[in-house]
Design a binder for this molecule. Structure first.
Ligand SMILES: Nc1nc2c(c(=O)[nH]1)N[C@H]1C(S)=C(S)[C@@H](COP(=O)(O)OP(=O)(O)OC[C@H]3O[C@@H](n4cnc5c(=O)[nH]c(N)nc54)[C@H](O)[C@@H]3O)O[C@H]1N2
Ligand SMILES: Nc1nc2c(c(=O)[nH]1)N[C@H]1C(S)=C(S)[C@@H](COP(=O)(O)OP(=O)(O)OC[C@H]3O[C@@H](n4cnc5c(=O)[nH]c(N)nc54)[C@H](O)[C@@H]3O)O[C@H]1N2
Ligand code: SF4
Ligand SMILES: [Mo]
Length: 758
């Protein structure tokens, strides 16, 4: 593909899109605006349409790829997709630059330099797939025999199901995931309060949206941004509580720049007002929650959390808190949306209490399983490969109950089947609860760990590290063997998603299919798993007739069983949608029929020794003379964590991260716009440019995550900006236990820093 056409058309599409943002006023914002809409370029013949799915973020918008002569020419949204409505964000539109990135991992590589670390050249040797797979399989067998299967650790989401099968066939219990840095607090709080983890916020029908740092429109998430803007256009009142004037705040009727980590006090006071003034939805509360069973204890619990009390902590006038509580309870429907890394995510020592408080507030006003509120999932279940091709004998299992990420210490986390990054480095280095010798890391980067220098030290201690990536990422730089995965534009898979839309709720399944032939010698995670599986435990990868099953066979069966159509039909349609008219409270009625209710009073939390109701505790770290500023971490609309920072189109929109500080603060520190500064915490320091913006509290410094690459093989990303992770401490299991947080959050933003001129 010609670089010229691609870049010009991309920017043209982006500019066309920005006019719709001018309409909404978003372009007034100091940060890069997002590019939702885009017309098709008319100047070139774009070729054939191929339906697929965007793989850059978990929204999974449906995509139409235009392909001519085997070359991807253009990516656009699929209008048949009721969730994203035919629009992609800037990241989605720039996807071709993953596929055609000359920096990609192209072949299996073997390290020849025994030394490892930041800036150390692996001295790669190109090897054949046969050699690479044999080497990985032999090492798995060797480690298992010498030390037991627990000495092998997978650092990956256990998806797709064939990867899960490989892990089970090896018999290791150690699957390490990133969730304590991301969504863990929402998953655990929602699952054990509501019975499940829903994602469907019906913003479009909400009349009052109250955000405690909820900031998805500012991430360019198409599905949220559209619904949020529609709510705005149709007159919903929007109140955004956020120390930073984010793009979401820029659209609000009211912006409240709260002191970081104090939202909990605000929320507790709202509960106090709503309960004391009997403003709650009595019918909802009595029918669908366990409020009545514990009413006296609940009233007593929140009695002292008055707006006057909260005002001292938050520095927000008591009258404002009281007014917002009343508005929230009396404007219907009203909702408090949350996502992943807002302050009710794993950011602060008190985040899980805030999370529970928000769930209680949404329940008090009847905004669960209702119009304009949080709606229970209606996903289509697609059978896994375990179901389609059941293993011919049972998996070996592991005699070991303790896990390398320590999650067995957090029973609700273990039950939810998700994992922890933050204690991993310490456990590996200390050999706690045992030594691990080998790791297979897939689609995770060391830059995503709190205190990355420590995880690098830990990974260096292993005998063998296998990395599956599309890039020679920082994780790959540490690998003994690096295996090139396919990008989402070369893979075949099926993806499920759902969001409420126009008073209907529906589940959707989409095809992800190759739009062009695989580039270089990249082969794909599924194929890699099957090939390793055949070598280490072939009996688990066979059909009853003794032949190995294939991914295509699995997908064909799964689509037929799950959707009742053929895989080919799905490829031609792109999207399969099963909608139903939304009936308020129907899921809660079904739950009530089984004797289950929303646990406003957290019976499950109590059973496991945690607070049954949210209690005020301060955040972990407070400003001191040495570290006087709160650190805020967020992400820009134009990048997705560290994986888009080699993409030249996105770098043109957003070339680096920086330290956002208030001009008043900067003046006191003698810092001017674009000066180089150090931001330093107790864990480390980073150097980046200062940007002075008025839309931030004077006691805060904000940094976007995703930059600070040190892999010299990432030619565009190398040396741009810095990694906020160097400021974030890792934590021990004991430290997490001492906080009595059932969600084991990593306290990603519970950090104070100093800033000074470099
Ligand atoms: N463009 C883009 N989109 C993404 C991603 C991406 O990398 N890029 N990543 C995806 C993933 S995996 C995730 S986890 C999500 C993360 O997206 P979000 O869950 O939206 O999390 P953040 O981007 O960290 O934004 C958190 C917001 O909370 C505010 N905040 C911080 N501290 C406080 C506080 O104490 N009180 C209040 N009220 N507000 C506070 C911050 O200023 C910020 O606006 O985004 C997803 N979408
Ligand atoms: N300091 C700091 N750390 C954080 C966060 C933060 O805000 N600050 N946020 C946390 C959050 S919310 C999250 S979700 C995590 C995200 O952390 P990660 O999931 O690690 O996300 P990325 O940083 O984008 O790194 C993804 C890696 O996968 C590779 N990759 C991309 N596509 C593919 C593919 O198709 N196949 C394979 N095999 N590899 C691929 C990329 O090259 C990259 O090396 O980070 C967490 N860590
Ligand atoms: S929101 Fe953007 S990055 Fe995420 S799936 Fe949609 S187009 Fe892709
Ligand atoms: Mo995340």
């Amino acid at each position: 593909m010609s670089e010229k056409i691609n870049r010009r058309e991309f920017l043209k599409a982006a500019t066309a899109a920005s006019s719709s943002l001018i309409l909404y006023g978003l372009s007034q914002h100091p940060f890069q605006p997002e590019f939702f809409a885009a017309g098709l370029p008319t100047s070139v013949d774009l070729g054939q349409k191929v339906y697929t799915t965007c793989g850059i973020c978990h929204s999974h918008c449906s995509v139409i790829a235009y392909v001519k002569d085997g070359v991807l020419r253009f990516l656009t949204g699929n209008p048949e997709d009721p969730q994203s409505e035919g629009k992609l964000c800037a990241k989605g539109k720039a996807g071709a630059k993953f596929l055609y990135d000359p920096d990609r991992l192209k072949y299996p590589l073997m390290r020849t330099n025994p030394e490892k670390g930041i800036g150390v050249d692996p001295r790669w040797k190109k090897i054949s797939w046969e050699e690479a797979l044999d080497a990985v399989a032999n090492k798995i067998k060797e480690v298992k025999e010498k030390y037991g299967s627990q000495a092998i650790m997978f650092i990956t989401m256990p998806k797709p199901s064939v990867l899960k099968r490989l892990i089970k066939s090896i018999g290791t219990p150690n699957i390490v995931t990133h969730h304590d840095t991301c969504v863990i607090t929402h998953v655990i709080s929602q699952k054990f309060t509501l019975g499940t983890k829903p994602w469907g916020w019906d913003l479009e029908n909400a009349r009052y949206i109250l955000s405690f740092g909820w900031d998805q429109p500012a991430k360019g998430k198409v599905v949220f941004a559209h619904r949020f803007i529609r709510a705005k256009v149709s007159g919903a009142k929007i109140v955004v509580i956020n120390p930073m004037y984010s793009m979401t705040a820029a659209k609000a009727d009211e912006w409240i720049p709260i002191k970081p980590g104090t939202d909990l006090a605000f929320a507790l006071a709202m509960i106090n007002v709503i309960i004391n003034e009997n403003l709650y939805d009595t019918r909802f509360i009595e029918k669908y929650t366990n409020f009545k069973d514990h009413e006296d204890e609940i009233r007593e619990w929140f009695k002292d959390y008055t707006p006057e009390w909260a005002s001292k902590i938050t520095e927000i006038p008591a009258e404002t808190i009281r007014r917002i509580a009343r508005e929230f309870a009396t404007t219907k429907p009203a909702v408090m949306p949350v996502h992943k890394r807002d302050p009710a995510g794993p950011n602060y020592a008190n985040s899980w209490h805030l999370n529970r408080a928000i769930l209680i507030l949404n329940s008090l006003v009847g905004s669960i399983d209702n119009y304009g509120g949080l709606q229970y999932p209606r996903m289509i279940s697609i059978p896994s490969c375990m179901k389609i091709f059941p293993p011919l004998k049972s998996f070996p299992g592991s005699p070991v109950k303790e896990l390398i990420d320590g999650k067995e210490n957090f029973p609700l986390v273990k039950k939810a089947g998700i994992g922890l990054f933050s204690p991993l480095a310490e456990n590996i280095l200390k050999g706690k609860p045992y030594e691990v010798k080998m790791a297979i890391a897939n689609s995770y980067n060391v830059l995503s760990f709190p205190n990355p220098k420590k995880i690098i030290k830990a990974l260096k201690k292993l005998e063998f590290l296998v990395v599956i990536d599309i890039y020679p990422s920082e994780m790959a730089q540490l690998a003994d063997i690096a295996l090139p995965d396919l990008t989402y534009l070369e893979k075949t898979s099926i993806v499920g998603r759902e969001f409420p839309r126009c008073n209907r709720i529906g589940a959707q399944v989409q095809i992800m299919q190759p739009v062009v032939k695989p580039m270089y010698e990249a082969r794909g995670l599924v194929w890699i798993c099957l090939e390793i599986g055949k070598r280490v435990a072939p009996e688990y990868f066979k059909k009853p007739n003794g032949e190995f099953y294939t991914w295509k066979e699995y997908l064909e069966e799964a689509v037929r069983e799950g959707l009742g159509i053929s895989l080919d039909e799905l490829k031609k349609k792109g999207v399969y949608f099963r909608g139903e008219t939304f009936v308020p409270y129907s899921k809660l009625e079904a739950m009530a029929g089984k004797g289950k209710k929303i646990e406003v009073y957290g019976e499950i939390f109590k059973k496991y020794g945690y607070d049954p109701l949210p209690r005020w505790i301060p955040k972990r770290d407070s400003p001191t003379d040495n570290y006087p500023f709160y650190l805020l971490i967020s992400r820009p609309p134009t990048h997705r964590h560290t994986k888009t920072t080699n993409n030249p189109l996105l770098l043109e929109l957003d070339p680096s991260n920086c330290a956002f500080i208030h001009p008043g603060t900067a003046e006191k520190l003698g810092i001017k716009d674009l000066d180089w500064v150090y931001v330093e915490s107790r864990t480390g320091k980073i150097k980046l440019k200062a940007r002075l913006i008025k839309g931030i509290r004077e006691d805060c410094v904000a940094i976007f995550h995703g930059f600070g690459h040190w892999s010299k093989e990432l030619h565009n990303a190398y040396g741009r900006g810095a990694n906020d992770g160097d400021l974030i401490p890792d934590q021990t299991v004991d430290e997490i236990l001492a906080r009595k947080d059932p969600t084991a959050g990593a306290c990603m933003e519970d950090i104070c820093v100093k800033v000074y001129k470099a």
